[in-house]
Design a protein around this ligand. Structure first.
Ligand code: G1P
Length: 280
């Protein structure tokens, strides 16, 4: 079955970005001139997705309004409006947030038995010849349109302790084990889950049975691990491009610089400022 639908969880409180996120959603923070959620939605649309469900929570009204099609605005906004005409975006509130797995479970009816892309709402990709989600959809189709695909990136041991770790079978991309935020001593792989997935409909049934993890959350990773227990195949796919996380203030600053400097004239200005700072 073709992947037409995408789920974007955007209900997180963004506490690591306080005070910037005191009243506004972290997903609405601009990366140079564009809210991060817009970059994520654009990726989904450019990947051929035609239906998007954004899972929201407290204080997310401005996020919903951002997807209204308006008649005014500059060239960039006009381009975005055109993209929005290609897609149907709906919102669902996660009224009692209990973790990423719980947010995804809110999309069970939306998925309605179809495979879905998942794009986490607080990271985005740059320098992709093919949009990140499209790369995963292509892998999904190539592998027979029946396996779950998890986007991965190579990370150091220290960084892995903050991510989902993937262990693949020797010489293959097939996933053998999947562990959320392993202790440093349990890190046995460099492959970290990067925030992009294509999931099969069985995942929702598994998530219904997942219980709280040690950190008190319903983990998406535990739902995926349940698929493996049932011999449902998951493949890891390395996404080509630069993954940009917006999780904390320093990452956010770097994200802004990297995105803004795609424009050569901005890049020149930024380099000038940094050089003069270094000279002082
Ligand atoms: C979540 C997932 C984790 C994944 C990460 C990617 O963690 O639980 O498996 O590696 O996103 O950013 P979080 O960043 O929400 O703690």
């Amino acid at each position: 079955m073709k992947v037409r639908k995408a789920i974007i969880p955007a209900a997180g409180k963004g506490t690591r970005l306080l005070p910037a996120t005191k009243t506004q959603p972290k997903e609405m923070l601009p990366i140079y001139d564009t809210p991060v959620i817009q970059l994520v939605v654009e990726e989904a649309i450019k990947s051929g997705i035609t239906e998007i469900l954004i899972i929201t929570g407290e204080n997310k009204h401005s996020l919903e309004k951002h997807f209204d099609i308006t008649n005014t605005g500059n060239g960039k906004l006009k381009e975005f409006n055109k993209l929005l005409e290609k897609v149907d975006i709906t919102f669902k509130r996660q009224s009692n947030p209990r973790g990423l797995g719980d947010a995804i479970l809110r999309a069970k009816n939306f998925a309605h038995g179809e495979p879905c892309a998942i794009l986490l709402g607080d990271d985005f990709y740059l320098n992709c010849e093919t949009p990140a989600t499209k790369q995963l959809i292509d892998a999904y189709e190539k592998l027979g349109s029946s396996a779950t695909i998890v986007g991965v990136e190579n990370l150091s041991k220290e960084k892995m302790t903050k991510k989902g770790m993937i262990v693949v079978k020797k010489g293959s991309t097939e996933v053998e084990r999947i562990i959320e935020k392993p202790d440093i001593d349990s890190v046995v792989s460099e492959l970290a889950i990067s925030g992009r997935y294509i999931v099969v409909p069985e995942l929702f049934l598994k998530l219904e049975k997942v219980t709280e993890s040690v950190r008190g959350e319903i983990e998406l990773t535990d739902g995926l691990a349940e698929l493996l227990k049932d011999k449902l195949t998951i493949h890891a796919h390395s996404i080509e491009g630069t993954r940009i996380d917006v999780g904390n203030p320093t990452e956010y600053l770097i994200a802004n610089l990297k995105y803004a400097m795609l424009d050569e004239s901005v890049k020149k200005e930024v380099i000038k400022v940094i050089k003069s700072e270094l000279d002082n």
